[in-house]
Write a protein that binds this ligand. Structure first.
Ligand SMILES: *[C@@H]1O[C@H](CO)[C@@H](O)[C@H](O)[C@H]1NC(C)=O
Ligand SMILES: *[C@@H]1O[C@H](CO)[C@@H](O)[C@H](O)[C@H]1NC(C)=O
Ligand SMILES: *[C@@H]1O[C@H](CO)[C@@H](O)[C@H](O)[C@H]1NC(C)=O
Ligand SMILES: *[C@@H]1O[C@H](CO)[C@@H](O)[C@H](O)[C@H]1NC(C)=O
Ligand SMILES: *[C@@H]1O[C@H](CO)[C@@H](O)[C@H](O)[C@H]1NC(C)=O
Ligand SMILES: *[C@@H]1O[C@H](CO)[C@@H](O)[C@H](O)[C@H]1NC(C)=O
Length: 507
């Protein structure tokens, strides 16, 4: 009975008019179309060597006392106590506030916490977000949990934060580690959760590292054009030709598709599987590659969304600028697409109709249709993507058609703030690091300036989506090493302050 179940990809296409390139609601690090399944062999350690898996009996609804609210579900968390200094020493606890997907995937891509645990003697805990991975309410039955708004209604950021507080408090009790300070970490939506957690639960966490957390990408605080314009800048800064070729390609694709035999030509040019081809499908597929390549333009080879070389934007532009293809736009774009979709060289043909979701990110569409309304769909003359006006009402309509709910675009700023953030957080907040890499399209909605002595913005011009949270490698550039050292220094200060105040209390 998966009546209302749909892939994000589908809603993206539903929303797209003839000229619109891609989605109106970008998922964070989701990959919309995956030609290859990601194998976990690409992570540096087999998962069973990194952590132990535990389950906690969690309450369905923290904010209501009707009988339904007392339902319970099993929430997964991962724990690594190898480096922990122990409760007697009040050694710290580092908690990752899980995002919209399988927590194991995020854990394996958050090597930074493993890298720094030994020097802090920290306990590592990674908590899965409700409704994702294995933390599914209604007895773990996705058919029921994802069925419709009566069950999905319990999927929200406020419930997730309350889950995290509940797990942390209970875990500390079990470990008799009441005085162990907790620092929360998160990237992307998980980074937003980390920042909000610090603001809402200051008695539970002494500080937060919020990496690539676009907490300002709500309402009209951030321009809806910034997302596409940042991706555009990523490519344009490599070469003007690269930008021009991509910008000119959408019309070429549309014109070709209309010609007799045009779709066959496109299919052959791009090695598309026989099941699905169309101008919009193809444009979306290419846009997806550009967006996620920009977002994960890491300085080292990675396998976060798809396996990719170091500096993949540069590699794509190199393929596009390659004179070997003369003026054949399709050959150039095909070569570029291969960097995102076929770096391993294993793809037989590209399936534009692939709705596989290896990291379990699909339920983000419910969140995007309710509270996480983050306008990013404007594409102006500057943009290398097809020009399109931001359209909130189209988005809202499609959400209503699909889930029978209307989005509440003002809820996040009501609950967590966002307007006039500098003045507000200066007075009421402390101990948050906002990291942003300016190559990341989400950096447009990030906190890019220091707010106070203890709410600090670290901005890396060459950085991409939460690059700081990845494992350190020998090839890391200096700016990345510096970023991480600074983060470590700041976290040390928070801990020092905490221990100092404990000493005062015990006197
Ligand atoms: C914790 O992580 C380290 C790798 O950083 C690993 O060697 C160790 O086995 C892990 N411990 C547990 C209990 O999983
Ligand atoms: C939602 O799904 C459940 C389980 O399938 C069903 O019992 C219920 O009637 C549905 N509610 C609505 C509003 O469609
Ligand atoms: C704490 O211990 C109780 C009793 O063993 C257990 O049910 C609960 O799941 C534990 N809490 C956590 C967060 O693991
Ligand atoms: C956002 O919209 C509100 C209400 O329309 C307006 O008062 C405010 O100035 C706008 N803010 C920005 C940053 O455009
Ligand atoms: C592309 O190259 C071909 C062959 O070299 C040439 O005939 C054609 O005019 C060129 N088209 C453009 C738009 O430059
Ligand atoms: C993927 O790359 C390999 C190696 O370059 C190539 O042989 C293959 O045709 C590519 N797949 C597609 C679908 O283009």
């Amino acid at each position: 009975m998966r009546v209302l179940k749909f892939s994000c990809n589908l809603i993206f296409l539903l929303l797209c008019c003839a000229t619109c390139a891609s989605s109106a609601a970008h998922r964070f690090p989701g990959s919309v179309i995956q030609p290859e399944k990601i194998s976990s062999s690409a992570v540096s350690k087999p998962e069973n060597e990194l952590y132990k898996t535990k389950y906690f009996t969690q309450i369905l609804d923290h904010f209501n006392y009707n009988p339904q609210s007392y339902h319970k579900f099993q929430q997964r968390y991962l724990i690594n106590d190898t480096y922990w200094g122990g409760a007697k020493k009040n050694a710290p606890i580092f908690v990752y506030t899980g995002n919209e997907g399988d927590i194991e995937w995020f854990t394996q891509n958050t090597g930074f916490m493993f890298d720094i645990a030994p020097q802090f003697k920290a306990l590592l805990v990674f908590i899965e977000h409700r409704f994702y991975g294995k933390s599914i309410p209604y007895g773990g039955d996705k058919e029921v949990a994802y069925a419709n708004s009566s069950t999905l209604g319990y999927l929200s950021s406020t419930q997730a934060l309350a889950d995290y507080a509940t797990v942390i408090i209970d875990l500390k009790k079990n470990l008799t580690a009441t005085d162990s300070p907790v620092v929360v970490f998160g990237g992307s939506y998980g980074g937003m959760l980390a920042a909000w957690f610090r603001l809402k639960y200051p008695h539970v966490a002494i500080g937060a590292l919020a990496s690539s957390a676009p907490i300002l990408n709500f309402e009209n605080i951030t321009s809806p054009y910034s997302f596409y314009n940042i991706i555009t800048k990523d490519f344009r800064s490599q070469s003007e030709n690269c930008y021009q070729v991509i910008k000119g390609s959408w019309q070429k694709i549309e014109d070709t598709a209309k010609q007799h035999g045009g779709l066959d030509l496109l299919q052959k040019s791009f090695h598309i599987c026989k099941n699905a081809i169309g101008a919009n499908l193809l444009s979306n597929w290419l846009s997806t590659a550009f967006i996620y390549t920009g977002m994960t333009d890491y300085p080292i080879p990675s396998n976060f969304l798809n396996p990719m070389p170091a500096y993949p934007v540069k590699q794509m532009c190199k393929a596009i600028d390659n004179t070997e293809h003369g003026n054949d736009t399709f050959a150039k774009l095909y070569a570029a697409a291969n960097i995102y979709y076929n770096y391993t060289g294993h793809a037989k043909c590209f399936d534009l109709d692939d709705h596989s979701d290896p990291h379990g990110l699909d339920e983000w569409s419910w969140q995007a249709c309710t509270e996480m309304v983050m306008p990013t769909d404007g594409s102006n003359e500057e943009s290398m993507f097809p020009v399109s006006e931001p359209s909130y009402s189209d988005w809202a309509e499609s959400c209503h058609d699909y889930y029978n709910v209307w989005p509440r675009p003002n809820w996040i700023t009501t609950e967590f703030g966002g307007h006039d953030i500098k003045n507000v957080l200066k007075r009421f907040g402390s101990n948050i690091i906002f990291f942003n890499g300016l190559r990341d399209p989400w950096s447009g909605g990030g906190v890019l300036e220091d707010i106070s002595k203890s709410i600090i913005a670290i901005v890396a011009k060459e950085g991409a989506h939460h690059v700081d949270l990845r494992y350190a490698t020998k090839e890391d550039p200096e700016w990345l090493k510096d970023t991480r050292s600074r983060e470590i220094r700041i976290i040390s200060q928070w801990l020092f302050q905490h221990y100092t105040s404990l000493l005062h209390l015990s006197r």
